[in-house]
Design a protein around this ligand. Sequence first.
Ligand SMILES: [Zn+2]
Length: 105
Amino acid sequence: MEKSCYSLAPMAPMGTPTAQPPVVVINSNDTLLGPVPQRMQCKYCQMIMETSIKKRVTRYTHFFALAFCLTGLLCLVPLPYCLKSCQSLDHYCTSCNQFLGKAAN
Ligand SMILES: [Zn+2]
């Protein structure tokens, strides 16, 4: 009596890796915050609070200032630093100070 010990059914690999990235929580409210403090629940500390807003200059702020410099409009250089539309408004949690999102300009 001989035993045939070969198996004809190799296991199909389960859960083949695909091109999907690992699960990331989508921050859908990243750019949907308004230009005024928002009452919302912090996603970090779960506190319901009103966000605090901090103005932040962006690379565009410096870009416009530099552009005014190069075109000889030196008196307009401070303008981008005063205009809201040239700056970014960031919302922070008043409880844990975590960054919650940007205001849509
Ligand atoms: Zn918080």
